[in-house]
Design a protein around this ligand. Sequence first.
Ligand code: NAD
Length: 300
Amino acid sequence: MTMHQRGHLLDGKTLSETIQGEIAQQVTELKKKGHRAPHLAAVLVGSDGASETYVSHKVKACERVGFESTLVRLPDTIVEQELMDVIDELNNDDNIDGFIVQLPLPKHIRVDKVLERIKPSKDVDGFHPINTGRMVANLPAYKPATPDGIVEMINRFNIPTQGCHVVVIGRSLIVGTPISLLLSRDGYPGDATVTLCHRYTKDLASYTRRADILIVAVGIPGFITADMVKEGATVIDVGITRVADESKKSGFSLKGDVAFEEVAPKAAFITPVPGGVGPMTIASLLKNTLLAAKGAVYGK
Ligand code: NAD
C-alpha cells in the first residue's frame, strides 16, 4: 500500500495463516488423543491451469496443518458414470473425512448430478443441496468455503454489519447467493440489509454507490471503478481472472473485479487480489475438513 491509499487492507493471506495455525494446533491435539490426522481428498478432472493451481494450493495447505491429503487425477475424457464410481469409492472410504470435486467439470458431465452424488457428511465444499438446505434452515452444515471465508474475514476484522447495506454482485450458488443469505441472517456477522445484483440489474451503480459493504463476484477484471463506490465503504473483491502479463514468469497475473488502485483511496477497508478472499477460502475448506474429521456436523 502506498501512503495516499486510505483503504485499510483486509489481508486475507496473513489471516488465513493465523487460522491455519489454529487448525494445526487442533490437529496436534486430535493426534495426542490417538486420532489419525484429518484426511481431505480432491478430485481433479482434466488439466485446466487454474484448477491445477487451486488444487495444489489446497493440497499444500493440508500439509501445512498436518492433514493427510489425496489427489485423484482423472482425464477429461472420463464419462460421467466413471466419475460417479470414483465418488462412490470416496464416499465409502473410512480413511477419508471429506472430499471435493474441483470445478469446473468438462461440459459432457452434469455437475448437478456429480455434486448430488457426494455424501453430504463428506461434502466439505458445501455444494450438496442437503448442505445448502441445512445452511438456509440454520442447522449445522458445511458452508461453502468462499462465503464462509468472507464471513470469517468480516468477523476477525470486526467490521460492523448490523443494519448495514450490503450489496452483492453475482448470484452464483458458490459465492453470491450464499453470502447474501449469510449476511442477512440474525446475529453477527449478519443483520444486514442485502441487495443481490446480477447481469440483469438496471443501473448497477445506483446500488453499489449506496453500499456500506460491497461484495463483488462477477469475474470481469476492473469491473468496479471508483465512481461506483461510496466514500468509506468496505470492498470485498472475490473475482480472480488470469490476465496475460509478460513481466511474470507464468505469463499471467491475477486480477480482481475491483480497480484496486482507484477504489482503495475511497474505501475504509478493501481486499487485495491476490491475497484477499482466495486464501480465506482455503482456510474455510480446512475448517470444514476438521469439522468432518470430528464428526461435528453429522456425528460420527
Ligand atoms: P459465475 O462466474 O458463476 O457468475 C458470474 C455472476 O456475475 C453471475 O451471477 C452474473 O449474473 C454476474 N454478472 C455477470 N456480468 C455482470 C454484469 N455486467 N453486471 C452485474 N452482474 C454481472 O460466478 P462465480 O463462480 O461466483 O465467480 C465469480 C468470480 O469469482 C470469478 O472471477 C471466479 O474466478 C471468482 N471466484 C473466486 C473464488 C475465491 O476463492 N476467491 C471462489 C470462487 C469464485
